[in-house]
Design a protein around this ligand. Structure first.
Ligand SMILES: Cc1cc2nc3c(=O)[nH]c(=O)nc-3n(C[C@H](O)[C@H](O)[C@H](O)COP(=O)(O)OP(=O)(O)OC[C@H]3O[C@@H](n4cnc5c(N)ncnc54)[C@H](O)[C@@H]3O)c2cc1C
Length: 401
């Protein structure tokens, strides 16, 4: 699979053939599993394996490291397709891709050679850990610590929360304070590469000191692991700092920059979720009859469908715009913030309209919209709530960007 390149990008959208392959994979395998009896309770190992075979764990990783080397525009379109099928599965990939972006931009040559081939194949699955029980939006308020020991190694201490892929990951990129007295606080924060045993709650041997203390029971995003992680004297060498010694104190900047890719991905997930909420609403409206005709023929329902389709298209275009800015090498936090803000709010509104179109059936677990609605609420908070996106956008506007 070659690099996407401009020849495969038409009218501001990617037409890479992998997108159609993924759509087919979603229709044939993902949707039946997402709507099946085990989706709420069992990790989808078989689908993850199929995603590995499609190369989806390495979409943005350069071919030199074993990835597909796709551009952000194509990656975003693939993420939209996966989320259309099952949000839980797309979260597994989005966070993993964030980790690859982090290693690509912040890792040393040695760290890239070590980690990227394993991340690209999905042999090593990644997790990305900023949040703590008392600190989410206010990242600089984290308390986890990294202490340099007398032998030059580092020991890590603290409790992290809300880690997507936390249990299944073989590597967690963890932000800690290495200089708690630093002013500003972000200058004393460092990203550590914490390897661990996948799917083991307690680790021993060289991974001793890292524990998955809780798998969080969630409203939506079911079937996949979001966890706490406790570091109790986890020991590692200085080469486990992202960027090695030169990366000391750069963790905040490294991880928040990588989140630009994550926000484009998150916006894509919102578009995919909204698209599916719309599809099930349209199907339902065409078949459900009241007062002698399908409800789709009532103007009030048509207006809802029109608004839903318009919001989805607007969200998709904002997302593509942010992806294209990233691909052009431009700073894209403004565009990514706008895309995430608009797409997450639009997805919630579309899901709610779809729910209303379903009447009381929307409240039944027998209908897909029940799951879609719960899943959609996740992205009002995860990857940065709307208030924080507005802060990012507002600052840029006032600064004259
Ligand atoms: C399913 C799921 C998966 C997640 N995965 C990850 C992950 O992999 N890694 C990770 O690090 N985190 C992850 N998170 C955590 C997520 O990123 C945080 O929850 C999010 O950043 C918000 O932080 P918080 O919950 O602490 O809210 P808080 O920061 O406590 O905010 C609470 C409310 O106050 C608002 N608020 C906060 N500050 C301001 C302000 N200055 N002005 C106005 N309003 C404000 C917020 O918008 C929000 O509405 C995940 C969350 C979920 C639900």
């Amino acid at each position: 699979m070659g690099s996407s390149g401009s020849d495969q990008v038409a009218s501001g959208r990617s037409v890479h053939p992998l997108i159609a392959t993924v759509r087919d994979f979603v229709d044939r395998y993902v949707l039946p599993t997402a709507n099946g009896p085990t989706a709420e309770t069992e990790f989808p190992h078989a689908l993850v394996q199929q995603m590995r075979e499609l190369g989806l764990f390495g979409t943005i990783v350069p071919q030199a490291y074993g990835g597909l080397g796709l551009d952000t525009l194509t990656h975003a379109a693939i993420m939209e397709e996966i989320a259309r099928g099952w949000f839980s599965l797309s979260g597994v990939l989005n966070t993993h891709t964030l980790c690859s972006a982090l290693v690509l931009s912040g890792g040393t040559d040695g760290q890239r050679s070590d980690l990227l081939p394993r991340l690209a194949s999905g042999a090593l699955r990644g997790a990305f850990s900023l949040t703590e029980p008392h600190a989410g939006s206010d990242v600089q308020a984290i308390e986890a610590r990294g202490v340099r020991e007398q032998d030059g190694s580092w020991s890590l201490h603290g409790r992290k929360r809300w880690i997507t892929n936390g249990l299944g990951a073989g590597v967690v990129f963890v932000l800690v304070k290495t200089d708690p007295t630093a002013e500003p606080a972000y200058a004393g924060m460092t990203c550590f590469i914490v390897e661990k045993e996948p799917f083991a709650a307690t680790n021993t041997g060289r991974f001793a000191g890292v524990t998955i203390s809780e798998v969080i029971e969630k409203m939506g995003d079911r079937g996949v692991d979001t966890t706490d992680l406790v570091l109790e004297g986890y020991r590692c060498c200085p080469d486990r700092i992202l960027g090695e010694e030169a990366g000391l104190g750069l963790g905040f900047t490294q991880m928040l920059s990588a989140m630009e890719v994550g926000r484009v991905g998150a916006a894509s997930l919102c578009v995919g979720l909204a698209q599916r909420s719309f599809e099930v609403a349209l199907d339902y409206a065409r078949t459900r009859e009241t007062f002698g005709k399908p409800i789709a023929e009532h103007q009030a329902i048509q207006f809802k469908l029109a608004d839903m389709a318009t919001k989805i298209e607007a969200a998709r275009l904002l997302t593509r715009n942010a992806a294209a800015a990233k691909d052009a090498g431009r700073r894209s936090d403004l565009e990514a913030g706008m895309a995430k803000l608009f797409a997450s709010e639009a997805a919630k509104e579309v899901a709610e309209d779809s729910f209303r179109i379903h009447g009381s059936n929307g409240y039944s677990k027998q209908f897909e919209i029940e799951r879609l609605y719960r899943d959609t609420l996740c992205l009002l908070s995860a990857e940065g709530p709307s208030e924080i996106q507005r802060m990012v956008i507002g600052r840029q506007i006032v600064a004259g960007r």
